[in-house]
Write a protein that binds this ligand. Structure first.
Ligand code: PLP
Length: 353
């Protein structure tokens, strides 16, 4: 606390990211990093970076990267915005677009950064409750008058909403903005980006952190109408003209172009997720259906806190939130086969039937 803090800063409750401990031998399944190494083509670009490329400022408009994304999505460059991780892109959406109305609605169990941005940008955040199985009541959500923000697949549950349901939300009121956070796109869910050919009230955000195994690079993007994207660019250029450094732009472009890596790695994650799910079910866990690179699970006979501590003592880190109604759940990143085997062995010590 300092007398120089503004009243806004004094009142903030900042987001707490998942731990990033540097413990030797740690099996780290707490922040949903990809279980494979990034594309070799992307790494080759990183290794070929020249001093000259670093001496100069990077392209403030990130044109080559935005063009690569636009080509993949069948959109125009003017419909693509890139930022320093999708967290930054989402923050700009809060400041530049969602703040045009007083309130917005999201889900009661979702990404815990949303309330932080709402408080930072002075927006009232309403929440719609999920069903007991963590599915979304689309009728109730679309009956709301406010802008809508959902993560699809949702985090930390992993449940995805079908494209037809997102379309219903978008079509139900063309005068309100629908933001679909697709940070976990690429592991089996449907993207809302196909709706962008018609919808003017939709914005979709993505991340290279999960789908492209590039969490350390910090690249995220938004897809929307040219007018919405221009709004985000105005925010960016009033804050930091160069949010993506030269290496991030080049490496991300190569990663986006390596579609073979994307398809194959996605299949690996989906296969590992299926095997992990089956093994957890065998141990008596309840597993929420996941379209992400993590599973959200609880055991009817063991407290989440006890399982979390037991894993931690064995140098295995997963994520848990100490709040109702999810206090007994663990969110476990889909790891490599060896990581999943170690996790299962450790859980079996406590839970074997
Ligand atoms: C739902 C959701 N959205 C957005 C993000 C931000 O991802 P990044 O800033 O790494 O792109 C995360 C990160 O975990 C997330 O879980």
């Amino acid at each position: 606390m300092s007398k120089f803090w503004s009243s806004v800063v004094s009142g903030l409750k900042p987001y707490t990211p998942g731990e990033q401990p540097k413990v030797p031998g740690l099996i780290k399944l707490n922040t949903n990093e990809h279980c494979l190494q990034p594309s070799r083509h992307a790494m080759a670009v990183l290794n070929a970076m020249t001093p000259e490329a670093l001496r100069r400022y990077p392209d403030p408009e990130c044109t080559a990267l935005r063009s690569a994304i636009a080509r993949c999505e069948g959109l125009s460059v003017a419909q693509v915005f890139v930022g320093n991780g999708s967290d930054e892109v989402l923050a700009h959406i809060f400041q530049g677009l969602l703040s045009s109305s007083e309130s917005l609605v999201t889900l009661d169990i979702t990404y815990s950064f949303y309330p932080v941005w709402a408080a930072l940008y002075g927006l009232q955040l309403k929440t719609e409750s999920l069903h007991d199985d963590f599915s979304i009541d689309v009728n109730r959500l679309s009956a709301q008058r406010d802008s809508i923000l959902i993560a699809n697949p949702n985090a930390p549950t992993g449940r995805a909403l079908a494209l037809k349901d997102i379309k219903r939300l978008v079509d139900s009121n063309p005068d309100r903005l629908v933001v679909v956070d697709e940070a976990y796109y690429g592991f089996g869910s449907e993207s809302a980006s196909t709706l962008l050919l018609e919808a003017e009230n939709l914005i979709v955000t993505r991340s290279l952190s999960k789908s492209h195994a590039l969490a350390g690079l910090r690249v995220g993007y938004a897809l929307g109408s040219a007018a919405l994207i221009e709004g985000l660019t105005r925010v960016k250029d009033s804050f930091n003209s160069y949010p993506l450094d030269a290496s991030a732009q080049l490496v991300a472009e190569a990663a986006i172009q390596d579609e073979q890596w994307l398809n194959e790695s996605s299949q690996t994650v989906i296969k590992n997720r299926l095997e992990l799910t089956e093994a957890l079910l065998d141990l008596g866990f309840e597993v929420c259906p996941s379209s992400a690179n993590f599973v959200f699970v609880k055991h009817p006979a063991h407290e989440g806190r006890v399982l979390f501590e037991h894993l931690r003592e064995s140098n295995i880190l997963v994520r848990r939130w100490d709040k109702a109604p999810i206090a007994d759940y663990l969110r476990i990143t889909v790891g490599t086969k060896a990581e999943c085997a170690a996790l299962l062995q450790c859980l079996a010590e406590k839970c074997a039937l």
